[in-house]
Design a binder for this molecule. Structure first.
Ligand SMILES: Nc1nc2c(ncn2[C@@H]2O[C@H](COP(=O)(O)OP(=O)(O)O)[C@@H](O)[C@H]2O)c(=O)[nH]1
Ligand SMILES: [Mg+2]
Length: 300
């Protein structure tokens, strides 16, 4: 897991030729994908996930997708051995999306899942001043807004700094723990909760509520400005304001739709997924997307 461009798909591509990597600017992996691999004499599955900063999909869509996929192993009593959360050591500040992604990740895992987490820094070969990067790594570990709380609950910090070798080290670390666990979202959804009632769903919901409020206020302000423009018979301003209002209303509708789409339980998610994956339903469309993906992404 981790935001777009941190190297999730590249990590998987060391072990499987089915992973699709991007150029780091646009999200390449906008859906969850599972890759079979053999590492240190063991058959394992690596699950690639989109970050909660996807250029094309809302947090609701990403969360629905992750919840759907995580339910498949849960129903078959297959537990996760670990989670690798990647972060670029070259990022000299914690962007809003990096912080939001981490906040949602924590809620998705729950405290119980954190001892299976490896926090790994990538892009060490892009570092120009090693001492600055080491200092940054220390800050990530000690910052309560970033990794400090996770480390306190058993997460481990490792470096993804030597291609396949360090990637094997990370996986071996996870396998050596011989621990298997479930994530909070898996337990919550299977106890009958709607996605909107899970901890991570509540967080996404409250962010959507904040956005909705912001759009509502903006629309009210534009209404007042429109009245004023009409009074002053300023046609050009009237047109501009009307356009802006239409744009804001469209964004607000999308947010309201995203809020509504959080109200879904695990059975409904599985039913929708089964319809999507039924042979002949959307397959053609999917392969069209796959072609487009390949054009913009590098296949490793
Ligand atoms: N220099 C360097 N580039 C990397 C590393 N990991 C990934 N990349 C590059 O970063 C870009 C985004 O990687 P990708 O694996 O698609 O990121 P994802 O969005 O997290 O899946 C690609 O161009 C990769 O080749 C790394 O450790 N070092
Ligand atoms: Mg990817």
């Amino acid at each position: 897991m981790g935001i777009t461009g941190v190297g999730k798909s590249s990590f998987i591509s060391y072990f499987s030729n089915t992973a699709v990597t991007g150029d780091g600017l646009e999200s390449c992996t906008s859906t969850v994908s599972i890759h079979a691999a053999r590492v240190a004499g063991m058959n394992i599955f690596l699950i690639d996930t989109p970050g909660f900063d996807d250029t094309n999909r809302s947090d609701t869509d990403i969360l629905r997708e992750i919840a759907t996929w995580l339910d498949i192993p849960f129903k078959r009593s297959i537990k996760l051995a670990g989670i690798i959360y990647l972060h670029r050591i070259t990022d000299n500040r914690l962007s809003g999306s990096a912080l939001k992604n981490l906040r949602l990740f924590r809620k998705l895992c729950g405290d119980g899942g954190l001892s299976c987490v490896v926090l790994a820094t990538t892009m060490w070969n892009m570092v120009t001043d090693q001492s600055v990067a080491v200092q940054r790594e220390a800050e990530l570990k000690s910052n309560p807004e970033f990794w400090q709380g996770l480390i306190a609950k058993g997460s481990v910090v490792l470096r993804q700094d030597n291609g396949k070798l360090s990637a094997i080290r990370i996986i071996q670390h996870i396998l050596s723990k011989k621990k298997r666990g479930t994530l909070a979202i898996q337990d919550e959804m299977n106890s009958g909760k709607d996605l909107s009632q899970t901890k991570v769903g509540l967080e996404v919901g409250s962010e959507l509520a904040m956005l909705e409020k912001k759009y509502k206020e903006e629309i009210e302000k534009l209404k007042r400005e429109l009245q004023e423009a009409r009074r002053e018979r300023d046609l050009r301003a009237e047109l501009e304001i009307a356009n802006e209002r239409a744009a804001q209303e469209l964004m607000m509708k999308k947010v309201q739709e995203d809020k509504r789409r959080l109200e879904v339980n695990v059975e409904e998610l599985q039913k929708e997924a089964a319809q999507r994956w039924r042979p002949g339903s959307g397959r053609k469309e999917k392969s069209k997307h796959a072609k487009a993906d390949k054009r913009s992404c590098k296949l490793m």
